[in-house]
Design a protein around this ligand. Structure first.
Ligand SMILES: Cc1cc2nc3c(=O)[nH]c(=O)nc-3n(C[C@H](O)[C@H](O)[C@H](O)COP(=O)(O)O)c2cc1C
Length: 211
């Protein structure tokens, strides 16, 4: 099946079959795909919290404007942005890169200075919104990886981040729930799976400016 066919197949699943669980090896594959997402400067200013706990999922429904799919899903993946990004994060990234690429730290000095001068010129608000933007790129990767593996997913912004932060103890770890995805397998009576995709015409959304 081509990627386009897989993207036609996927949809924001409204109702999961609560009896079906995504095997842990496949969840790990999705997490590996998310970890391979592009991120600005490669800094990955986020963390993924995976919830598979029916009690907690039931409680999270209330913090998700009553969206029952949180409870019916096999797993809920919370993509949480770091609330502050600083020199330590940049140093850790450079050290990790040097280690993995078997380079001397000094060889990466220019790269480090470039990132440091850029990031340190940003306000705390800008850093936080930048970190949240990176979370949405991860969400896109997750949706692609899930479609590729024939795992259903619903991307979700309809939840109360402060309640998630509290219930998952994120704030004390310098994290903020930014966007979530419920994953699992579609229920046969989720009518949305039969709906024709509603998208703008390519001609309307694309402007080609070729020479
Ligand atoms: C950032 C984001 C947040 C979303 N939040 C919700 C949500 O809270 N609940 C929901 O049912 N769908 C949510 N959706 C799904 C969209 O409504 C859906 O992707 C869109 O209507 C296109 O339909 P399709 O994904 O089925 O093709 C969200 C999608 C995105 C990308």
């Amino acid at each position: 099946m081509s990627l386009l066919h897989k993207l036609e197949w996927r949809y924001a699943t409204k109702k999961f079959d609560p009896t079906k669980e995504v095997p842990e090896e496949q969840v790990t594959e999705l997490l590996k795909a998310m970890n391979l997402s592009a991120s600005s400067y490669g800094l990955q200013p986020y963390k993924f919290i995976v919830v598979k706990d029916k009690n907690l999922q039931e409680q999270l429904v209330d913090a998700s404007y009553g969206q029952e799919k949180i409870a019916n899903a096999s797993h809920v993946i919370v993509i949480a942005a770091k609330t502050s990004v600083g020199e330590d994060d940049i140093r850790a990234y450079i050290n990790q890169t040097a280690f993995l690429r078997k380079q001397q730290i000094e060889e990466l000095e220019d790269q480090k200075s470039r990132i440091m001068s850029s990031v340190s010129s940003w306000s705390e608000e800008k850093k936080f919104s930048w970190a949240q933007e990176q979370c949405y790129i991860v969400l896109g990767t997750l949706l692609l990886a899930a479609a590729d593996a024939k795992i259903d997913a619903c991307p979700m912004g309809g939840f109360e981040p402060e309640k998630y932060n509290h219930m998952l103890g994120l704030k004390e770890h310098g994290l903020h729930a930014t966007v979530i995805a419920a994953i699992g397998y579609r229920s046969i009576d989720d009518d949305y799976q039969h709906a024709i995709k509603s998208r703008r015409d390519l001609d309307d959304i694309v402007e080609l400016r070729y020479s």
